[in-house]
Design a protein around this ligand. Sequence first.
Ligand SMILES: *Cc1c(COP(=O)(O)O)cnc(C)c1O
Length: 380
Amino acid sequence: MLKDNLQELQQQETPFYVYDLNLLRQTLQLAATEAAKYNYHVHYALKANANAPILAEVLKAGFGADCVSGNEVKRAIESGFTPGNVVFAGVGKSDAEINYALDQDIFCFNCESSHELEVLNELAAAKGKKARIALRINPNVNANTHKYITTGLEENKFGINAWELESVLQQLSQLKNIQLIGIHFHIGSQITDLTVFKNLCTRVNEFQEWFVAHNITLEHINVGGGLGVDYYTPDANLIPDFAAYFGLFSQFLEVRPGQQVHFELGRSLVAQCGTLISKVLYIKKGITTNFAILDAGMTELIRPALYQSYHEIENLTSQKPEEKYDVVGPICESSDCFRKAVILPETSRGDLIAIRTAGAYGEVMASAYNLRDKATAIYV
Ligand SMILES: *Cc1c(COP(=O)(O)O)cnc(C)c1O
C-alpha cells in the first residue's frame, strides 16, 4: 500500500500518520462477519484511535462504542453511535463524566469498585434515574503480555476482586438507583496466545455459576478486548484471525438462555491500518552503530519508549545495500528510540521511513512535549 502511494506520501509534510481505509474496512467486515456467526456484540474501544474517519467506518460496520472517559463517551455520541450502544469503563470516572453519561442514558457503566457504585447511585438518584451497570470483575488471569498492559491480575488497579463480590452484592441490594445487568472482564492488551482467552472463559464460567448460586440472572456477559496483532511481520498478517478468536469463545464460554455476549476490540481492528511516516534528518556515527535521526519521535508514537514495543521500520525510498542503524527521534530523552540495530538499506537525509502497525495507541497517545506540533493524518 505504502509504495503504491509513494508520490502522494512524498508531497506531505512529515511526520504524519497515514491510514489505509480499505484495509480498515476489510478488517471491520471480517470481525463483524465472524462475530455475527455467534450473535456476539462488538464495541470498538475508542481509546485505540478516535479519529473521525476511523469512527465513521466502525459505525458503518455496526459496532458499538467502548469508552474509558467522559470525552470518549461524548466523541462516540457526537460521531453517531447511539447511546444504547455505548459502554463506559474506567477506575476513576469523575462526577462530571458520570453525570454526562447518565444524561445520555448510555447502555452500561462498567463499574470497577464498591466506592464507585456508591457514588454512581448518589448521582443517579439526584437525577431520578436508574443506572444500568455491569460489575467489572478482576478474574486473576495472566494475559502473558507486557506488564504495563496487563490488567486482570489481583495486583492491578482494575476491577473488583473475587473476594469482594459477596459484600458488593449486599451493597447492591441497598442501592436503589442502580440496576445490575451483567459482568465485565478485560484482562489486558496485545494478547497473542489464545489459551489466555480460554483461561478467561473458564473463569467467567465459574463466576457465572457463582451468580446463579446467588439467584442472580445476568443478561450480559462482556469479555472485553485484548486480541493482539502481528507487529513483527505485519504484511503476512494484516488482518487478525477473528475466526479463531470468536470461535474459541463459542467453544469455551458457557452462555445461558437469553444472554448477550459482548466484546470490546480496539487494537485488533485498527493497528495495522495505520503507519507513521517520517523523514530522516541526520545520520550520525556511533561507536558500534550509526544513528538514523528522524523527524518523528516518542511524541508521535510512544509505544517503544513506554512498553519497549516492537514496530517494523522500513525505508521507503532507498534500495542501497543494507546497514545497521539505531532509529531514534528528535526528543530530548534517551528513551526516544524506535529501535536499536535496525537493518535498513543505506539511509540518507531526506529518506522516507515508515513505522508500521501504528494505527492503535499511536496518534491517540501523541503529546506536545518539547512543544512539538501535532502531526497530521491522511487517509488513502
Ligand atoms: C483498552 C480497553 C479495551 C481494548 O483493548 P484492546 O487491547 O485494544 O483490544 C477494551 N476494554 C477496556 C475496558 C479497555 O480499557
